[in-house]
Design a protein around this ligand. Structure first.
Ligand SMILES: [Zn+2]
Ligand SMILES: [Zn+2]
Length: 484
Protein backbone atom coordinates (compact mmCIF):
# COMPACT_ATOMS: atom_id res chain seq x y z
CA UNK A 1 0.00 0.00 0.00
CA UNK A 2 1.28 3.40 -0.95
CA UNK A 3 -0.17 6.91 -1.08
CA UNK A 4 0.90 9.52 -3.63
CA UNK A 5 -0.36 13.10 -3.41
CA UNK A 6 -1.06 14.95 -6.67
CA UNK A 7 -2.14 18.14 -4.89
CA UNK A 8 -3.03 19.81 -1.56
CA UNK A 9 0.53 19.34 -0.29
CA UNK A 10 1.94 22.83 -0.81
CA UNK A 11 -1.25 24.56 0.24
CA UNK A 12 -4.95 23.93 0.55
CA UNK A 13 -6.03 23.52 -3.09
CA UNK A 14 -5.74 20.88 -5.82
CA UNK A 15 -6.70 17.91 -3.62
CA UNK A 16 -5.95 14.65 -5.44
CA UNK A 17 -4.60 11.59 -3.65
CA UNK A 18 -3.68 8.27 -5.20
CA UNK A 19 -3.94 5.10 -3.15
CA UNK A 20 -1.99 2.18 -4.61
CA UNK A 21 -3.76 -0.98 -3.50
CA UNK A 22 -1.28 -3.29 -5.17
CA UNK A 23 1.12 -3.06 -8.12
CA UNK A 24 -1.72 -3.28 -10.64
CA UNK A 25 -4.48 -1.22 -9.03
CA UNK A 26 -4.89 2.26 -7.64
CA UNK A 27 -7.76 4.57 -6.85
CA UNK A 28 -7.97 8.35 -6.73
CA UNK A 29 -9.52 10.29 -3.90
CA UNK A 30 -10.66 13.68 -5.28
CA UNK A 31 -9.36 15.46 -8.35
CA UNK A 32 -9.43 19.17 -7.58
CA UNK A 33 -8.27 22.38 -9.14
CA UNK A 34 -5.40 24.55 -7.89
CA UNK A 35 -6.62 28.06 -7.04
CA UNK A 36 -5.35 31.55 -6.16
CA UNK A 37 -1.57 31.95 -5.81
CA UNK A 38 -1.17 28.15 -5.93
CA UNK A 39 -2.59 28.12 -9.48
CA UNK A 40 -0.16 30.74 -10.74
CA UNK A 41 3.05 29.73 -8.99
CA UNK A 42 5.98 28.69 -11.19
CA UNK A 43 5.95 25.05 -10.14
CA UNK A 44 2.41 24.70 -11.36
CA UNK A 45 2.79 25.13 -15.10
CA UNK A 46 0.45 22.80 -16.88
CA UNK A 47 -0.93 21.57 -13.60
CA UNK A 48 -4.39 21.44 -15.13
CA UNK A 49 -3.21 18.52 -17.22
CA UNK A 50 -3.27 15.07 -15.69
CA UNK A 51 0.32 14.02 -16.13
CA UNK A 52 0.31 10.94 -13.93
CA UNK A 53 -0.32 7.44 -15.29
CA UNK A 54 -4.00 6.52 -15.35
CA UNK A 55 -3.69 2.96 -16.65
CA UNK A 56 -4.01 1.35 -13.21
CA UNK A 57 -6.56 3.74 -11.73
CA UNK A 58 -9.74 1.72 -11.31
CA UNK A 59 -11.99 4.33 -9.65
CA UNK A 60 -12.35 7.91 -8.42
CA UNK A 61 -13.85 8.62 -5.02
CA UNK A 62 -15.15 12.17 -4.50
CA UNK A 63 -15.36 13.48 -0.91
CA UNK A 64 -17.36 16.64 -1.72
CA UNK A 65 -18.03 18.96 -4.61
CA UNK A 66 -15.89 22.03 -3.81
CA UNK A 67 -13.95 23.01 -6.91
CA UNK A 68 -10.57 22.40 -5.23
CA UNK A 69 -11.65 18.76 -4.86
CA UNK A 70 -13.43 18.13 -8.19
CA UNK A 71 -12.29 20.82 -10.66
CA UNK A 72 -9.81 18.61 -12.53
CA UNK A 73 -12.42 15.91 -13.30
CA UNK A 74 -12.98 17.23 -16.88
CA UNK A 75 -9.21 16.92 -17.46
CA UNK A 76 -9.29 13.43 -15.99
CA UNK A 77 -12.02 12.46 -18.47
CA UNK A 78 -10.11 14.12 -21.30
CA UNK A 79 -7.04 12.08 -20.33
CA UNK A 80 -9.08 8.90 -20.83
CA UNK A 81 -10.31 8.02 -17.35
CA UNK A 82 -13.21 5.65 -17.75
CA UNK A 83 -13.83 4.18 -14.31
CA UNK A 84 -16.64 4.71 -11.82
CA UNK A 85 -16.87 8.02 -9.92
CA UNK A 86 -18.19 7.25 -6.43
CA UNK A 87 -19.86 10.03 -4.46
CA UNK A 88 -22.57 10.36 -1.82
CA UNK A 89 -26.08 10.74 -3.21
CA UNK A 90 -26.19 14.49 -2.49
CA UNK A 91 -22.71 15.08 -3.91
CA UNK A 92 -23.71 13.12 -7.01
CA UNK A 93 -26.64 15.53 -7.46
CA UNK A 94 -24.49 18.65 -6.97
CA UNK A 95 -21.47 17.51 -8.97
CA UNK A 96 -22.83 18.15 -12.51
CA UNK A 97 -23.81 21.73 -11.49
CA UNK A 98 -20.30 22.41 -10.21
CA UNK A 99 -18.58 20.84 -13.21
CA UNK A 100 -20.84 22.70 -15.65
CA UNK A 101 -19.87 25.99 -14.02
CA UNK A 102 -16.18 25.03 -13.95
CA UNK A 103 -16.30 24.19 -17.66
CA UNK A 104 -17.98 27.51 -18.51
CA UNK A 105 -15.55 29.56 -16.45
CA UNK A 106 -12.31 27.75 -17.23
CA UNK A 107 -12.59 25.62 -20.35
CA UNK A 108 -15.24 26.38 -22.96
CA UNK A 109 -18.49 28.27 -23.55
CA UNK A 110 -19.43 25.76 -26.27
CA UNK A 111 -22.73 24.32 -25.02
CA UNK A 112 -22.41 21.18 -27.18
CA UNK A 113 -19.00 20.32 -25.67
CA UNK A 114 -20.27 21.06 -22.18
CA UNK A 115 -23.26 18.75 -22.72
CA UNK A 116 -20.97 15.98 -23.97
CA UNK A 117 -18.74 16.23 -20.89
CA UNK A 118 -21.71 16.25 -18.54
CA UNK A 119 -23.29 13.26 -20.28
CA UNK A 120 -20.03 11.34 -19.95
CA UNK A 121 -19.76 12.30 -16.27
CA UNK A 122 -23.37 11.26 -15.58
CA UNK A 123 -22.60 7.81 -17.00
CA UNK A 124 -19.68 7.35 -14.61
CA UNK A 125 -21.17 8.76 -11.38
CA UNK A 126 -22.23 6.11 -8.88
CA UNK A 127 -24.28 7.62 -6.02
CA UNK A 128 -23.79 5.83 -2.70
CA UNK A 129 -25.58 6.55 0.58
CA UNK A 130 -23.67 7.38 3.75
CA UNK A 131 -22.66 4.39 5.93
CA UNK A 132 -22.90 1.84 3.09
CA UNK A 133 -19.87 -0.26 2.22
CA UNK A 134 -19.22 -0.57 -1.51
CA UNK A 135 -16.72 -2.80 -3.28
CA UNK A 136 -13.84 -1.31 -5.26
CA UNK A 137 -12.51 -3.11 -8.28
CA UNK A 138 -9.00 -4.51 -7.72
CA UNK A 139 -6.89 -6.00 -10.51
CA UNK A 140 -5.37 -9.41 -9.73
CA UNK A 141 -1.85 -9.27 -8.42
CA UNK A 142 0.37 -11.75 -6.56
CA UNK A 143 1.62 -9.26 -4.02
CA UNK A 144 -0.15 -6.52 -2.09
CA UNK A 145 -3.84 -6.39 -1.24
CA UNK A 146 -6.44 -8.13 -3.36
CA UNK A 147 -9.67 -6.72 -1.99
CA UNK A 148 -10.89 -3.23 -1.24
CA UNK A 149 -14.12 -1.70 -0.06
CA UNK A 150 -15.05 1.80 0.98
CA UNK A 151 -17.66 3.69 2.97
CA UNK A 152 -18.73 7.35 3.13
CA UNK A 153 -19.31 9.02 6.50
CA UNK A 154 -20.81 12.42 7.33
CA UNK A 155 -18.13 15.14 7.27
CA UNK A 156 -20.43 18.11 8.05
CA UNK A 157 -18.51 20.47 5.76
CA UNK A 158 -21.01 21.16 2.95
CA UNK A 159 -24.08 19.29 1.74
CA UNK A 160 -23.10 15.76 0.74
CA UNK A 161 -19.55 16.03 2.10
CA UNK A 162 -17.94 12.87 3.40
CA UNK A 163 -14.81 11.42 4.81
CA UNK A 164 -14.07 8.01 3.37
CA UNK A 165 -12.87 4.80 4.99
CA UNK A 166 -11.11 2.35 2.70
CA UNK A 167 -10.48 -1.18 3.90
CA UNK A 168 -7.83 -3.20 2.12
CA UNK A 169 -7.55 -6.91 2.73
CA UNK A 170 -5.94 -10.10 1.43
CA UNK A 171 -7.94 -12.97 0.05
CA UNK A 172 -8.11 -15.55 2.81
CA UNK A 173 -7.69 -19.26 1.98
CA UNK A 174 -11.44 -19.86 2.26
CA UNK A 175 -12.08 -16.90 0.02
CA UNK A 176 -9.66 -18.21 -2.51
CA UNK A 177 -11.40 -21.57 -2.46
CA UNK A 178 -14.96 -20.35 -2.57
CA UNK A 179 -14.19 -17.06 -4.26
CA UNK A 180 -16.53 -15.42 -1.73
CA UNK A 181 -16.09 -11.93 -0.32
CA UNK A 182 -14.78 -11.57 3.21
CA UNK A 183 -17.39 -10.71 5.77
CA UNK A 184 -18.18 -7.02 5.66
CA UNK A 185 -18.07 -6.51 9.41
CA UNK A 186 -14.69 -8.19 9.48
CA UNK A 187 -13.63 -10.59 12.19
CA UNK A 188 -10.67 -9.99 14.45
CA UNK A 189 -8.88 -13.20 13.43
CA UNK A 190 -7.69 -11.65 10.17
CA UNK A 191 -7.25 -8.10 11.43
CA UNK A 192 -3.50 -8.33 10.72
CA UNK A 193 -4.27 -8.79 7.04
CA UNK A 194 -6.32 -5.63 6.90
CA UNK A 195 -5.38 -2.03 6.57
CA UNK A 196 -7.93 0.76 6.96
CA UNK A 197 -7.10 4.12 5.45
CA UNK A 198 -9.26 7.13 6.23
CA UNK A 199 -9.21 10.17 3.95
CA UNK A 200 -10.74 13.08 5.84
CA UNK A 201 -11.67 15.18 2.81
CA UNK A 202 -12.64 18.53 4.34
CA UNK A 203 -14.08 18.17 7.83
CA UNK A 204 -16.77 20.55 9.05
CA UNK A 205 -16.58 22.65 12.17
CA UNK A 206 -18.75 21.48 15.04
CA UNK A 207 -21.57 23.85 15.94
CA UNK A 208 -22.07 25.18 12.43
CA UNK A 209 -25.69 25.54 11.42
CA UNK A 210 -27.59 23.12 9.19
CA UNK A 211 -25.29 20.11 8.98
CA UNK A 212 -24.38 17.53 11.62
CA UNK A 213 -20.84 17.35 12.98
CA UNK A 214 -18.59 14.50 11.88
CA UNK A 215 -18.18 11.45 14.12
CA UNK A 216 -14.80 9.74 14.29
CA UNK A 217 -14.34 6.34 12.65
CA UNK A 218 -13.80 3.26 14.79
CA UNK A 219 -10.46 2.45 13.26
CA UNK A 220 -7.90 4.11 11.01
CA UNK A 221 -4.48 2.53 10.51
CA UNK A 222 -3.49 5.35 8.21
CA UNK A 223 -5.20 8.74 8.35
CA UNK A 224 -4.86 11.39 5.66
CA UNK A 225 -6.14 14.53 7.34
CA UNK A 226 -6.82 18.11 6.26
CA UNK A 227 -5.26 20.90 8.32
CA UNK A 228 -6.78 24.15 6.96
CA UNK A 229 -7.17 25.47 10.51
CA UNK A 230 -4.55 23.22 12.10
CA UNK A 231 -3.18 26.19 14.06
CA UNK A 232 -6.36 28.16 14.90
CA UNK A 233 -9.60 27.91 16.83
CA UNK A 234 -12.85 29.58 15.69
CA UNK A 235 -15.05 32.05 17.50
CA UNK A 236 -18.11 30.59 19.15
CA UNK A 237 -21.17 30.36 16.94
CA UNK A 238 -23.41 32.34 19.36
CA UNK A 239 -20.95 35.23 19.31
CA UNK A 240 -20.78 35.10 15.54
CA UNK A 241 -24.59 35.28 15.02
CA UNK A 242 -24.75 38.17 17.48
CA UNK A 243 -22.05 40.06 15.55
CA UNK A 244 -23.98 39.46 12.34
CA UNK A 245 -27.11 41.01 13.87
CA UNK A 246 -25.24 44.00 15.29
CA UNK A 247 -23.28 44.79 12.14
CA UNK A 248 -26.41 44.61 9.97
CA UNK A 249 -28.46 46.78 12.36
CA UNK A 250 -25.74 49.41 12.44
CA UNK A 251 -25.21 49.27 8.69
CA UNK A 252 -28.85 49.69 7.67
CA UNK A 253 -29.52 52.50 10.16
CA UNK A 254 -28.52 55.06 7.46
CA UNK A 255 -30.62 53.18 4.89
CA UNK A 256 -27.52 51.91 3.14
CA UNK A 257 -27.22 48.58 1.44
CA UNK A 258 -25.22 45.73 3.03
CA UNK A 259 -23.19 43.54 0.67
CA UNK A 260 -21.98 40.11 1.74
CA UNK A 261 -19.63 38.34 -0.69
CA UNK A 262 -20.12 34.61 -0.14
CA UNK A 263 -19.43 31.24 -1.72
CA UNK A 264 -22.45 29.72 -3.45
CA UNK A 265 -22.16 26.34 -1.74
CA UNK A 266 -22.35 26.21 2.00
CA UNK A 267 -21.67 29.73 3.17
CA UNK A 268 -24.73 31.28 1.45
CA UNK A 269 -27.05 28.65 2.96
CA UNK A 270 -25.50 29.07 6.43
CA UNK A 271 -26.05 32.82 6.24
CA UNK A 272 -29.67 32.39 5.15
CA UNK A 273 -30.22 30.00 8.02
CA UNK A 274 -28.84 32.50 10.55
CA UNK A 275 -30.65 35.49 9.02
CA UNK A 276 -33.99 33.67 9.20
CA UNK A 277 -33.21 32.91 12.84
CA UNK A 278 -32.55 36.60 13.58
CA UNK A 279 -35.73 37.69 11.74
CA UNK A 280 -37.68 35.12 13.77
CA UNK A 281 -36.17 36.28 17.08
CA UNK A 282 -36.71 39.97 16.27
CA UNK A 283 -40.46 39.73 15.73
CA UNK A 284 -41.10 43.11 17.36
CA UNK A 285 -38.34 44.92 15.55
CA UNK A 286 -39.81 46.72 12.49
CA UNK A 287 -36.41 46.94 10.79
CA UNK A 288 -35.93 43.16 10.80
CA UNK A 289 -39.54 42.61 9.75
CA UNK A 290 -39.13 44.81 6.68
CA UNK A 291 -35.55 43.91 5.70
CA UNK A 292 -35.11 42.36 2.26
CA UNK A 293 -32.54 39.59 1.84
CA UNK A 294 -31.42 39.25 -1.78
CA UNK A 295 -29.43 36.25 -3.04
CA UNK A 296 -28.08 37.36 -6.40
CA UNK A 297 -26.42 34.23 -7.72
CA UNK A 298 -28.05 31.61 -9.95
CA UNK A 299 -25.51 29.04 -8.70
CA UNK A 300 -26.31 29.76 -5.06
CA UNK A 301 -30.05 29.55 -5.81
CA UNK A 302 -29.55 26.14 -7.44
CA UNK A 303 -27.53 24.88 -4.51
CA UNK A 304 -30.08 26.21 -2.03
CA UNK A 305 -32.73 24.13 -3.85
CA UNK A 306 -30.53 21.04 -3.37
CA UNK A 307 -30.03 21.87 0.32
CA UNK A 308 -33.82 21.96 0.66
CA UNK A 309 -34.27 18.77 -1.35
CA UNK A 310 -31.82 16.91 0.90
CA UNK A 311 -33.18 18.25 4.19
CA UNK A 312 -33.00 14.74 5.62
CA UNK A 313 -29.24 15.37 5.86
CA UNK A 314 -29.68 18.49 8.07
CA UNK A 315 -28.79 18.38 11.75
CA UNK A 316 -31.44 17.99 14.44
CA UNK A 317 -31.58 21.68 15.28
CA UNK A 318 -32.33 22.64 11.67
CA UNK A 319 -34.88 19.84 11.36
CA UNK A 320 -36.67 21.10 14.48
CA UNK A 321 -36.92 24.56 12.91
CA UNK A 322 -38.69 22.91 9.98
CA UNK A 323 -41.06 21.15 12.38
CA UNK A 324 -42.18 24.58 13.56
CA UNK A 325 -43.32 25.37 10.04
CA UNK A 326 -40.46 27.75 9.43
CA UNK A 327 -38.47 27.63 6.20
CA UNK A 328 -34.88 28.57 7.01
CA UNK A 329 -33.75 28.62 3.37
CA UNK A 330 -36.95 29.86 1.76
CA UNK A 331 -38.56 32.53 3.94
CA UNK A 332 -40.87 35.33 2.81
CA UNK A 333 -38.30 38.15 3.01
CA UNK A 334 -35.86 36.26 0.80
CA UNK A 335 -35.57 37.13 -2.90
CA UNK A 336 -33.45 35.21 -5.38
CA UNK A 337 -32.29 36.80 -8.60
CA UNK A 338 -31.84 34.62 -11.61
CA UNK A 339 -31.18 36.29 -14.96
CA UNK A 340 -28.75 39.04 -15.79
CA UNK A 341 -31.42 41.64 -16.58
CA UNK A 342 -32.99 41.24 -13.14
CA UNK A 343 -29.52 41.47 -11.65
CA UNK A 344 -28.97 44.90 -13.24
CA UNK A 345 -32.50 45.97 -12.30
CA UNK A 346 -31.86 45.09 -8.64
CA UNK A 347 -28.76 47.25 -8.53
CA UNK A 348 -30.83 50.22 -9.71
CA UNK A 349 -33.65 49.40 -7.36
CA UNK A 350 -31.28 49.22 -4.38
CA UNK A 351 -29.88 52.66 -5.17
CA UNK A 352 -33.31 54.24 -4.77
CA UNK A 353 -35.17 52.00 -2.32
CA UNK A 354 -36.38 53.05 1.14
CA UNK A 355 -36.08 49.70 2.88
CA UNK A 356 -33.14 47.99 4.58
CA UNK A 357 -31.54 45.38 2.34
CA UNK A 358 -28.82 42.76 2.46
CA UNK A 359 -27.35 41.32 -0.73
CA UNK A 360 -25.49 38.00 -0.76
CA UNK A 361 -23.56 37.36 -3.98
CA UNK A 362 -20.57 35.36 -5.20
CA UNK A 363 -17.67 35.14 -5.49
CA UNK A 364 -16.69 34.90 -1.86
CA UNK A 365 -13.33 36.64 -2.37
CA UNK A 366 -14.64 39.20 -4.90
CA UNK A 367 -12.52 37.73 -7.69
CA UNK A 368 -15.44 37.58 -10.12
CA UNK A 369 -19.17 36.93 -10.26
CA UNK A 370 -22.05 39.33 -9.69
CA UNK A 371 -20.61 40.83 -6.51
CA UNK A 372 -18.29 42.81 -8.82
CA UNK A 373 -21.11 44.97 -10.25
CA UNK A 374 -22.35 45.68 -6.73
CA UNK A 375 -18.90 46.69 -5.55
CA UNK A 376 -18.40 49.00 -8.54
CA UNK A 377 -21.72 50.67 -7.78
CA UNK A 378 -21.68 50.78 -3.95
CA UNK A 379 -18.03 50.93 -2.78
CA UNK A 380 -17.99 54.75 -3.34
CA UNK A 381 -21.21 55.18 -1.27
CA UNK A 382 -20.65 56.23 2.36
CA UNK A 383 -23.98 54.68 3.40
CA UNK A 384 -23.13 51.24 1.98
CA UNK A 385 -21.42 48.52 3.99
CA UNK A 386 -19.42 45.48 2.92
CA UNK A 387 -19.44 42.57 5.30
CA UNK A 388 -16.81 39.85 4.96
CA UNK A 389 -17.65 36.51 6.53
CA UNK A 390 -15.05 34.36 4.78
CA UNK A 391 -11.31 34.10 4.48
CA UNK A 392 -9.89 36.56 1.90
CA UNK A 393 -6.76 35.12 0.30
CA UNK A 394 -3.67 37.18 -0.49
CA UNK A 395 -3.91 38.83 -3.91
CA UNK A 396 -7.74 38.87 -4.14
CA UNK A 397 -9.92 41.97 -4.52
CA UNK A 398 -11.63 41.02 -1.26
CA UNK A 399 -8.33 41.15 0.61
CA UNK A 400 -7.53 44.56 -0.93
CA UNK A 401 -10.90 46.00 0.14
CA UNK A 402 -10.40 44.57 3.61
CA UNK A 403 -6.89 46.05 3.84
CA UNK A 404 -7.35 49.49 2.25
CA UNK A 405 -11.08 50.12 2.84
CA UNK A 406 -11.03 51.01 6.55
CA UNK A 407 -8.52 53.85 5.96
CA UNK A 408 -10.44 55.33 3.03
CA UNK A 409 -8.20 53.86 0.35
CA UNK A 410 -9.04 52.62 -3.11
CA UNK A 411 -9.08 49.43 -5.08
CA UNK A 412 -8.79 48.48 -8.75
CA UNK A 413 -11.71 46.49 -10.13
CA UNK A 414 -11.54 45.45 -13.77
CA UNK A 415 -8.86 48.08 -14.34
CA UNK A 416 -10.95 50.90 -12.85
CA UNK A 417 -9.80 52.77 -9.73
CA UNK A 418 -12.60 52.88 -7.18
CA UNK A 419 -12.49 54.94 -3.97
CA UNK A 420 -13.77 53.08 -0.96
CA UNK A 421 -16.24 55.17 1.03
CA UNK A 422 -18.40 52.26 2.19
CA UNK A 423 -18.00 50.80 5.67
CA UNK A 424 -15.91 47.63 5.79
CA UNK A 425 -16.58 44.93 8.39
CA UNK A 426 -15.25 41.47 9.00
CA UNK A 427 -16.89 38.81 11.13
CA UNK A 428 -14.57 35.95 11.82
CA UNK A 429 -15.79 32.60 13.00
CA UNK A 430 -17.60 31.62 9.83
CA UNK A 431 -15.81 28.65 8.49
CA UNK A 432 -16.88 25.44 6.86
CA UNK A 433 -13.70 23.83 8.20
CA UNK A 434 -12.93 22.11 11.47
CA UNK A 435 -10.63 24.18 13.69
CA UNK A 436 -7.60 22.83 15.53
CA UNK A 437 -9.61 21.54 18.48
CA UNK A 438 -12.18 19.88 16.16
CA UNK A 439 -9.35 18.13 14.28
CA UNK A 440 -7.74 16.91 17.50
CA UNK A 441 -11.11 15.68 18.76
CA UNK A 442 -11.68 13.84 15.48
CA UNK A 443 -8.41 11.92 15.95
CA UNK A 444 -8.98 11.49 19.69
CA UNK A 445 -12.34 9.85 18.94
CA UNK A 446 -10.79 7.09 16.80
CA UNK A 447 -10.86 3.99 19.00
CA UNK A 448 -8.12 2.07 17.16
CA UNK A 449 -5.63 4.90 16.75
CA UNK A 450 -3.68 5.52 13.55
CA UNK A 451 -0.10 4.31 13.15
CA UNK A 452 0.55 6.81 10.37
CA UNK A 453 -0.94 10.26 9.91
CA UNK A 454 -0.36 12.20 6.71
CA UNK A 455 -1.16 15.89 7.12
CA UNK A 456 -2.33 17.65 3.94
CA UNK A 457 -4.55 20.56 2.82
CA UNK A 458 -3.03 23.35 4.90
CA UNK A 459 -0.38 26.06 5.01
CA UNK A 460 2.97 25.05 6.43
CA UNK A 461 2.43 26.59 9.89
CA UNK A 462 -0.98 24.95 10.19
CA UNK A 463 0.43 21.54 9.27
CA UNK A 464 3.37 21.85 11.68
CA UNK A 465 1.14 23.00 14.55
CA UNK A 466 -1.32 20.16 13.99
CA UNK A 467 1.52 17.62 13.73
CA UNK A 468 2.86 18.75 17.13
CA UNK A 469 -0.56 18.46 18.77
CA UNK A 470 -1.29 15.04 17.26
CA UNK A 471 2.16 13.75 18.27
CA UNK A 472 1.37 14.71 21.88
CA UNK A 473 -1.91 12.81 21.54
CA UNK A 474 -0.42 9.64 19.97
CA UNK A 475 3.37 9.65 20.61
CA UNK A 476 3.94 6.30 18.83
CA UNK A 477 2.24 7.45 15.62
CA UNK A 478 4.34 8.43 12.61
CA UNK A 479 3.53 12.02 11.49
CA UNK A 480 4.14 12.66 7.83
CA UNK A 481 3.91 16.04 6.13
CA UNK A 482 4.20 15.18 2.45
CA UNK A 483 5.82 17.69 0.12
CA UNK A 484 5.10 18.23 -3.55
ZN1 LIG B 1 -14.21 21.95 0.83
ZN1 LIG C 1 -10.76 21.70 0.39
Amino acid sequence: MKIIHHGAVNGVTGSCHQLDINEQSSILIDCGLFQGDEATSDSSTNQLQIEFDLSQITALIVTHCHIDHVGRIPYLLAAGFNGPVYATTATAALLPLVIEDALKVGVTKNQRLISLYLKRLQQLIKPIDYDQWFTLEVNNCDSGYQQAKARFNVAGHILGSAYVEIELSQLSQTDKNSNALTSLNGDSSNRQDKHIIVFSGDLGATNTPLLPSPKSPLRADTLVVESTYGDKNHLQREYRAESLRQVIEKSVSDNGVVLIPAFSIGRTQELLYELEQIIFNQQHNPMWQSIEIVVDSPMAANFTKQYIKYKKLWDNEAKSVLMHRRHPLDFSQLYTIDNHQDHLAVINYLSSRQKPAVVIAASGMCTGGRIINYLQRFLPEPTADILFVGYQAQGTTGRDIQTYGPTGGYVYIEGEKIDIKAGIHTISGYSAHADQQNLIDFVKGIEHKPKHIRIVHGDNEAKQALARKLKELIPQCEMIIPTG
